[in-house]
Design a protein around this ligand. Sequence first.
Ligand SMILES: C[S@@+](CC[C@H](N)C(=O)[O-])C[C@H]1O[C@@H](n2cnc3c(N)ncnc32)[C@H](O)[C@@H]1O
Length: 294
Amino acid sequence: MTKYIYIDRGVNILTDKEAENALQKENDRKFLSADSGIVRVSTERWQAAQEAELKHWMGLGLKASNDRNDQHLVGFDWYRAIQGSTFNSAIELGCGPFTNMRLIADICYVKECTLLDPLIEHYLAHPNCFYTRHSLSLESAREPLLLKRIRRGILRRFPGMRRFVSDTRKIPIRQIVASPIELMPIDRKYDLLVIVNVIEHCYDIAEVFKNITAVMEKGAIIVFHDKLYSHDTVKQTVAISYDAAHPLQVDSRSVNLFLEGNFTPVYRRIVTHSYTFLGEDISEDTLYFIGKKV
Ligand SMILES: C[S@@+](CC[C@H](N)C(=O)[O-])C[C@H]1O[C@@H](n2cnc3c(N)ncnc32)[C@H](O)[C@@H]1O
C-alpha cells in the first residue's frame, strides 16, 4: 500500500518515495481555502491540468469513444426527467471529444447546440470525436450497452465501417467555442446547459458559477454531474497526493448552495462510484442533478 501518489502533467504515475519527493517540489496545498476545499488555482496550475487532459485524450485515449457517458446515462436515469422536452438553444460546457449532448439529444428534441471546451480545436482531430464544426452525431440512449460495445469494438478495429454501423442522425452546431467557462462569451442565453464532470478541471469556481447563471434564461434546464468533495478530506489528501489533471476540489456545500440557490430540482441522486487505484479503494460520492433555473 502506497501512502503517496503523484500524477504529473504527462500522466505518469509516481508512488512511494518517488511521489513523496515530487510532492515536496510541487503540491496543491497553497491553493487550499479556509473551509471550501480548492476553489481557485493559478493559470499556470490550470495549464498543467490542460496538458494532462490533452495527453489523456489525444495520446493515451485515441481509441476511446466514451468518457463514462454511459455510466452517467444510468446515473441520470436515462434523462427521463426531461424526456420529450424541446430545447431551441443548448450548450455543453467542457464537452470533451464525445459529449453527453449526443445522448440527451436522443431523448429530447435539441434544435441546435453550442459546444465549449478549451481543448475543442484539438478534439476535432480525435478519431472518434462525435462532432464536426457543423454538426453533432447522435447516439441512441436506449440501445442496450452490450450492442453499443459491440458496435464501438467494430469501429475500433475497422474505422472505415463508421457510416454503416453508426447512427446517422445529427443536430446542427451553432458554435464551437475554444474557451474556459471562466472566459466564455456571455452574449446569448440558452434553454439547456449541460456540464458533466467538468468543475474539478476548471480554475475558478466562482467565475464558473457566475457564468453558468449568466448564460441561462429563466426556466432553462441544467444537467449537472460532478464528484462531491469534503473540505476535511481535501485537506488531508492534498498533503499526500497530487493529480495534475484535477486542480479544483470544491467542497460539496458550495456546490449544493449554488444549485439550490439557482435551480428548482427536477432530478437529484447521489451515486457512489466504486473504484480501486493501485490496490486502494478510491470510491467517490457523485451528484446527478437536473434543475430548472428560477
Ligand atoms: C473529464 S473531461 C469531461 C468531458 C465531458 N464533459 C464528458 O463527460 O464526456 C473534462 C473536460 O473539461 C475541460 N475543461 C478543463 N478546464 C475547463 C474550463 N475551465 N472550462 C471548461 N472546460 C474545461 C477539459 O478540457 C476536458 O475536456
